[in-house]
Design a protein around this ligand. Structure first.
Ligand SMILES: Cc1ncc(COP(=O)(O)O)c(C=O)c1O
Ligand SMILES: N[C@@H](CCOP(=O)(O)O)C(=O)O
Length: 460
C-alpha cells in the first residue's frame, strides 16, 4: 500500500515512511492511494475475533512493509496494556449503546492509537537505527496518551505543547508528572489552535524536520487514524445484525475520530450516518448544517479536549469531497489562510449532508445530560461523551442502533461531573496515584521560534 498527500505534491510513500513523515512534506496529510474494502461475508466472519485479532485483520490491509508476525506481535503488545479484556467494550444504556474507549493507561480514546503508534515508532527506529523527535500539540488527552506511549523508549524525545491553564487539572497532572528524561512538556500561553499551528509550522520547515528527525503523534499521522478505524468495526460487530446500518455519534474536535469512522464506512461498514457532535466550538456544525466554514475564536468549555476551531483532519475529508483533487484542497487552504473561511458549492454541501449530520451541545445541556443519565441509569458520562449522547438523543433514529463514542473517563473531568451530579466522582487508581507527584513543565509564549529554540537546546 502506498500513501499520497491530500495536496498532491509528493511522490507516493510506503506505510513505514508515511508513519515517519507524519505531516506530508508538501504540507498536506497522508492517505492510502486506494481504500481496501471488505464484503458483508467477511465482516460476518470477524464476529468472534478478539480486539487484537480484529485490529490485525484491519490494519494489515494498509501495511505491506512489516512482516505479518511482527505486526501481529506489535498489535498484541499495544492492547495488552488495556485494563478491560475487550479493550473497547460496548454497554447499552438508556436506549443507546456506549462504546467505552477509555480503558487504556491514560483513560481516553487516544490510548487506542497511541499505544500502537509508540510501539510502531520503536519498531521502525530499531530497524533503521534512527532517532526521532516527536513534536505534538494537545488540548489534554493526546499529550498524556502520547507521553505514556513513548516514555522511556530508546531513540525518542517527545515535546508536547498544551495551552496553559486550559486543560483539566487531571490532564495536566497526567502529562507533567512523567519525569522520564525523554519527555518535555511545554505549557504555551495560547489556545490549542496556536499549539497545533506551531507543530505544523515546525514540521513544515523541511530542513528543520530533517535535521532533528521530527515526527508526529497527532492525528495528522495516518497511523493514528488507522488504529481508530478498528473500534468502529468492533462496535458494529457487537450491536448490529448482518447488513444492519448503525449511527455513530462522535464528540468532535480535531476531526480525527470521526474521520476514522468515515474510513470504516468507505471500507464497507454499514453506517447509516456519522453524527458529528460539537461543543460551543461549533465551526464544523455550522459547516454541515449551514455550509458556513468560517473560523471563529476558541472558547473554553466543559469539554476542553474539543476546544478547537481548525480541525486538522478536516483536510482528509475535503480530499474526498473534492474528488481527490489535490489542487482544489491546496486552493481551499490558501483561501482559509487569506480569508479565514473556505467556500463550497451546493453539490459539495449536499454530499456533506449525506455523509454527516451534526448538532452542537452547550454547557447547560451537557450538565443536564450528565445529571439525567446518572439519575436514570446510574452511569457516569464524561462531558465530551455527554455532548455526543445529547446530540444523538435529539435525533429521530427509529430502529437504527445508535452507538455513542465514550471518549474519556469521567474522573478526568471531575469538576464538571460534580457540578452536573452534585456527587463526588469515584476516582480510579490511575488518577488517585497522581496526587502530590512532582511535575516538570516549561511555560512559554505560543511562539514557534521559542519552541524551536527549546527543542534545539534540549536535543542538541
Ligand atoms: C475526550 C475527547 N473527546 C473527543 C475529542 C475529539 O476527538 P477528535 O479530535 O478526534 O475530533 C477529543 C480530542 O481529540 C478528546 O480528547
Ligand atoms: N483533543 C485532542 C486534540 C489533538 O487531537 P489529535 O487527535 O489530532 O491528536 C487532545 O486531547 O489533545
Amino acid at each position: 500500500m502506498r500513501y499520497i498527500s491530500t495536496r498532491g505534491g509528493i511522490a507516493p510513500v510506503r506505510f513505514k515512511d508515511a508513519v515517519m513523515m507524519g505531516l506530508a512534506d508538501d504540507g498536506g496529510l497522508l492517505l492510502p492511494e486506494s481504500i481496501p474494502a471488505f464484503s458483508a461475508e467477511e465482516l460476518e466472519s470477524w464476529r468472534t475475533l478478539t480486539y487484537p485479532q480484529l485490529a490485525f485483520n484491519v490494519i494489515s490491509r494498509f501495511v505491506d512493509d512489516i512482516p505479518a508476525a511482527d505486526l501481529q506481535a506489535l498489535i498484541e503488545r499495544s492492547y495488552a496494556t488495556f485494563n478491560h479484556p475487550e479493550v473497547t467494550p460496548v454497554v447499552q444504556k438508556d436506549g443507546v449503546y456506549i462504546l467505552e474507549l477509555f480503558h487504556g493507561v491514560t483513560l481516553a480514546f487516544k490510548d487506542v492509537a497511541l499505544q500502537f503508534l509508540g510501539n510502531l515508532f520503536e519498531y521502525i527506529l530499531h530497524e533503521r537505527n534512527e532517532r526521532l523527535t516527536i513534536v505534538g500539540a494537545t488540548s489534554g488527552d493526546t499529550g498524556s496518551a502520547a507521553i505514556h506511549g513513548v516514555r522511556g523508549k530508546a531513540g525518542i524525545s517527545i515535546f508536547i505543547l498544551h495551552p496553559h491553564g486550559k486543560t483539566s487539572p487531571v490532564q495536566a497532572q497526567q502529562m507533567t508528572s512523567v519525569l522520564d528524561e525523554n519527555v518535555h512538556n511545554i505549557a504555551a500561553d495560547g489556545t490549542f489552535d496556536d499549539c497545533q499551528d506551531i507543530v505544523k509550522e515546525l514540521m513544515g520547515d523541511l530542513a528543520f524536520k530533517q535535521k532533528y528527525s521530527l515526527g508526529a503523534v497527532n492525528s495528522i499521522n495516518w497511523a493514528r487514524v488507522l488504529a481508530q478505524v478498528v473500534y468502529y468495526i468492533y462496535a458494529w460487530l457487537r450491536v448490529a445484525e448482518k447488513g444492519q446500518k448503525v449511527l455513530f455519534s462522535v464528540p468532535t474536535g480535531n476531526f480525527g475520530d470521526i474521520f476514522a469512522g468515515y474510513m470504516a464506512q468507505k471500507m464497507g461498514l454499514p453506517i447509516e450516518k456519522l453524527l458529528l457532535a460539537t461543543n460551543e466550538n461549533n465551526i464544523l456544525t455550522r459547516f454541515i448544517n449551514q455550509g458556513d466554514y468560517s473560523v471563529g475564536s476558541v472558547v473554553q468549555t466543559l469539554s476542553p479536549s474539543m476546544d478547537i476551531q481548525v480541525a486538522s483532519n478536516f483536510e482528509r475529508y475535503l480530499y474526498y469531497l473534492f474528488n481527490q483533487d489535490g489542487g482544489r484542497v491546496s486552493a481551499a487552504f490558501t483561501q482559509l489562510k487569506t480569508e479565514g473561511k473556505i467556500s463550497f458549492s451546493n453539490e459539495e454541501l449536499q454530499q456533506v449532508r449525506q455523509d454527516f449530520c451534526s448538532a452542537s451541545v452547550g454547557r447547560e445541556e451537557t450538565l443536564a445530560t450528565i445529571g439525567r443519565f446518572k439519575r436514570e441509569t446510574g452511569y457516569l458520562l464524561d462531558p465530551h461523551t455527554a455532548v455526543g449522547v445529547r446530540a444523538a438523543q435529539q435525533l429521530e433514529t427509529g430502529t437504527t442502533p445508535v452507538v455513542c463514542l465514550a471518549t474519556a473517563h469521567p474522573a478526568k473531568f471531575g469538576d464538571a461531573v460534580v457540578e452536573a451530579t452534585g456527587e463526588p466522582v469515584p476516582v480510579p487508581p490511575a488518577i488517585a496515584q497522581l496526587e502530590g507527584l512532582p511535575t516538570r513543565c516549561v511555560r512559554m509564549a505560543a511562539d514557534s521560534e521559542q519552541v524551536r529554540n527549546f527543542i534545539i537546546a534540549t536535543v542538541g
